[in-house]
Design a protein around this ligand. Structure first.
Ligand code: PGA
Length: 248
């Protein structure tokens, strides 16, 4: 069975001193006597990629970013390209996070273009989908997830998917294992229909939304959950590590 991926999304948090302390502590644990039972990935804000990359060297912890532009280079003030991220040592990039969809009005078509640019630069995109509280209340959660996936996924190439119900992000509210099982089974079924069973099995689908050490084991044990995308709890080395240990 594939190892689970535990990805930390630091969001817009971290100045040099605190972030290097956090990355250093994670690297020390990863290099310690107890080998991690999962794959770890950390996704710091862009200004921290270089120093964090240095600290993570030889630790086995992978580095990712939180967004990229769909163009390869050029007149896009304030943006960052996938090739620039690869140049810092990134292997992954989070795309279409609900905070980017809401803060920046990102459409699924843009997410797809970004994912294709990421693949071209050799990065694995982590494509986020998930319904709002209103959509869930209206019984539309699965349709919303399906539409976002249909429009955001590139036609070919490796991707990671993250199912993150918007109402569970940063709120302390977690989807029940039943909610997670339903969404992940639906996503797996869609991937199998579109790309075949082997491709569906090979595509990790992470769960995200208030994952913490206390609920990680239960959520990670759900069928078709290939890991977790962790926000708040990824800012504390002990908590992030404990979520990884919950994979065993
Ligand atoms: P959270 O964030 O763990 O703080 O809910 C998850 C995410 O937004 O990726």
């Amino acid at each position: 069975m594939a190892r689970k991926l535990i990805a930390g999304n630091w969001k817009m948090n971290g100045l040099l001193a605190g972030a290097t302390a956090l990355a250093g502590e994670l690297a020390a644990r990863a290099k310690g006597p107890q080998a991690p039972v999962c794959d770890f990935l950390v996704c710091p804000p862009a200004q921290l990629l270089f120093p964090v990359a240095e600290l993570l060297e030889d630790s086995g912890i992978a580095l990712g970013a939180q967004d990229c532009h769909w163009a390869q280079a050029g007149a896009h003030t304030g943006d960052i390209s996938a090739a620039m991220l690869a140049d810092t040592g990134c292997s992954h990039v989070i795309l279409g996070h609900s905070e980017r969809r809401s803060d920046h009005g990102e459409s699924s078509a843009q997410v797809k273009a970004k994912a294709e640019a990421a693949q071209l630069a050799g990065l694995t995109p982590i494509i986020c989908v998930g319904e709002t509280a209103e959509e869930r209340k209206a019984g539309e959660a699965l349709q919303v997830i399906e539409a976002q996936l249909r429009e955001s996924l590139p036609e070919v190439g490796d991707v990671v998917i993250a199912y993150e119900p918007v109402w569970a992000i940063g709120t302390g509210l977690t989807a029940t294992p039943g909610d997670v099982a339903e969404a992940h089974a639906h996503i797996h079924g869609l991937l199998a229909t579109w790309h075949g069973g082997a491709a569906a099995d090979a595509t990790p689908v992470l769960y995200g939304g208030s994952v913490k050490p206390e609920n990680a084991a239960e959520l990670l044990a759900v069928d078709h959950v290939g890991g977790a995308l962790v926000g708040g709890a990824s800012l504390k080395a002990l908590d992030f590590w404990a979520i990884g240990e919950a994979c065993s």
